[in-house]
Design a protein around this ligand. Sequence first.
Ligand code: CP3
Length: 360
Amino acid sequence: MTRPKNDCFLRALARQPVEFTPVWLMRQAGRYLPEYVETRRRAGSFLNLCKNPSLACEVTLQPLARYDLDAAILFSDILTVPDAMGLGLYFADGEGPKFERPLREEWEIRALVAPDPNDRLRYVMDAVVEIRRALSNSVPLIGFSGSPFTLACYMIEGGASDDFRRVKTMLYERPDLLHHVLAVTATAVTDYLNAQIESGAQAVMIFDTWGGALSHSAYREFSLAYLERIVAGLIRERDGSVVPSIVFTKGGGLWLEDIAAIGCDAVGLDWTASLGQARRRIGDRVALQGNLDPMVLFAQPEVVAAEARRVLDDFHAAGPGGGHVFNLGHGISQFSPPDHVAALVNAVHEHSRALRRPAG
Ligand code: CP3
């Protein structure tokens, strides 16, 4: 059995009792840490860093060396999957991710195939193996992927977009084509996450960053249906432990009941939701992950601690019991002061222990 010594994160996802609320942060390894910037400089670029398993392992561990975090997340990017599908990922300075060959023509879409993750994405699996070895069961390792719809946004737009004009035009005009992209991508994501699990990932998270840009009905048809298909295809148990799945649709708070019904173990919420209300709506059918506004980290440490307590109190107000993984409502900003992150992690542990102590 390879259960980690600190398995609080896995117990919270299983809605089992915990002594404190576990905490990790989306993008916890990243540019707000000077040691990350230094390793990236040595690697030459962000993509070199992702494709070098020992450097990816090094940066995965950096936030854990500084802070008392309860989980590690594989250092990689969601766009490695379309890169492995042949779209040619690159990062233009200051412009974010781009593809050399975005999906524009019908024949390009028809030619799309799901890559073998143990071949084209071998470097990710090697990183997972190396990180697990380096963690030596201290905390669990989270693997991840993008959702088919979020990946399709980048694959069709060719990079970041503020209105999703191309992908939404396809959605309304040629839904058959978009469904084809999503179906192939869902197979790719399922295979990719299962390969991560077989390499040692102890939980998986699916980032649906742009699902919240869809209409009520389009979200169900073009994002949620594929998330459900993926969750149904995931390896459920490995090494005698359940491998829980977390689904995060940014802007998906209104659709919580529907997301909670697809078979995932936990739902990630952004900062617009109330965790207390969310719990009252779905009971303990799934665990909840979130949801501090990442911008809180720019305020003074006392304010950061008070806002962390507000999130914990909100969850707790809906009744005792576990099922909460503390996180930000989205990725940490590259400009966040590192010492404010320490104040956050400590406040989550201290206050969540205090909430569990019997009164008097
Ligand atoms: O959470 C972690 O620490 C694990 C690593 C991780 C990264 N990206 C590293 C990264 C994870 C889980 C992601 C997910 C990801 N990547 C998402 C979904 C989550 C979200 O934030 O919405 C998306 C949409 C991407 C695509 C992507 N990659 C973008 C839009 C960017 C540019 C961001 C920016 O602020 O410039 C990236 C690059 C990226 N991915 C960086 C990191 C640390 C910064 C690259 C650098 O070092 O220059």
